[in-house]
Design a protein around this ligand. Structure first.
Ligand code: PMP
Length: 304
């Protein structure tokens, strides 16, 4: 990772190399923290725009609320810091990572009154599943690990500890020679990938699992809005692996992965084995929106 100049930590911009924490940092031991992943794009007119900043910061505060972690800064200040860090780091394009964590103090599972700390890191992050993946599609493997049950983890939150499940699945997929892992829910229905939501297309219908036990992806929401506005029929309902194997097209959505086509699942070629036509249409519309070329959705952009 290429270092930037500054990291925002607890209200101040400090030099990248000085953004350190004590080894007793509670989150480091027990995994209770919440975070976000946000992208800022270099727009066609030379400006930089953060995509759906308000919604990401709202989700950060929602995750923290559910987890009973009281963020000691007003939402507006964290939003402003996301804008400011791009200016300070002179970045035209970046991935932003706000992280809320429990600092050092008491050990043991009850963090007591340990300080709640907040950092924002910005760095350059290319296509998460590769440039080639965006065009040709990626290979997905169903994981032996199940997605969290709603009584085990708060699946609608972006909680640090939730991601151990994702790491296990991702590693398993990579070790088997695949690009990304698909997780099933506790009933065996398709839920989401290790860090992305999933969509499939069958007979012109765009399908995605409902928000029952998955992260409410902001990219997912954006694509559903775009699809509905384009007159594409959409259905948010559970589907199974055989539905997915028989799909005409499939793709993943996420801030990091953007809109990444899926060309194979568990050795079954999906559709024509390349990026499908509807996937391509939604992907190009998405990029037009995030890069400010499509002004219909400018309400989603925060210009830096
Ligand atoms: N599911 C999981 C588990 C994720 O980590 C992510 C990435 N934040 C997503 C879905 C997609 O969410 P978003 O589109 O908001 O980035």
């Amino acid at each position: 990772m290429e270092k930037a100049k500054y990291i925002w930590l607890d209200g101040d911009f400090i030099p990248w190399d000085e953004a350190k924490v004590h080894i007793l940092t509670h989150t480091l031991h027990y995994g209770l923290g919440v975070f976000e992943g946000i992208r800022a794009y270099h727009c066609h007119d030379g400006r930089t725009a953060i995509f759906r900043l308000k919604e990401h910061i709202q989700r950060l505060y929602d995750s923290a609320y559910v987890m009973q972690v009281a963020i000691p800064f007003p939402k507006a200040q964290v939003e402003e810091a996301c804008v400011e860090i791009l200016r300070k780091n002179e970045q035209k394009e970046a991935y932003l990572r706000p992280l809320v964590f429990i600092g050092d103090g008491a050990m043991g599972l009850n963090p007591g009154d340990n300080p709640i700390r907040v950092s924002i890191i910005s760095w350059l992050w290319g296509a998460y599943l590769g440039d080639e993946g965006l065009i040709k599609g990626i290979r997905l493997k169903t994981s032996a690990f199940t997605r969290h049950h709603v009584r085990i983890m708060m699946t609608k939150t972006k909680t640090v500890g939730n991601y151990v499940n994702s790491i296990l699945a991702k590693r398993e997929a990579l070790q088997a020679g695949y690009d990304e892992a698909l997780l099933l829910d506790t009933e065996g229905y398709v839920s989401e990938a290790s860090g992305e939501n999933i969509f499939m297309v069958k007979d012109g219908l765009l399908r995605t699992p409902p928000l029952t036990s998955i992260l409410p992806g902001i990219t997912r929401d954006s694509l559903l809005t775009l699809a509905r506005d384009m007159g594409i029929p959409v259905r948010e309902r559970k589907f199974s692996l055989d539905d997915l194997y028989l799909a005409d097209e499939a793709f993943l959505s996420g801030t990091a992965a953007e809109v990444t086509p899926v060309r194979e699942v568990d050795g079954r070629i999906i559709g024509s084995g390349t990026r499908g036509p509807l996937t391509e249409k939604l992907q190009s519309t998405y990029f037009d929106v995030v890069k400010g070329r499509n002004t219909t959705y400018q309400r989603w952009l925060t210009f830096v």
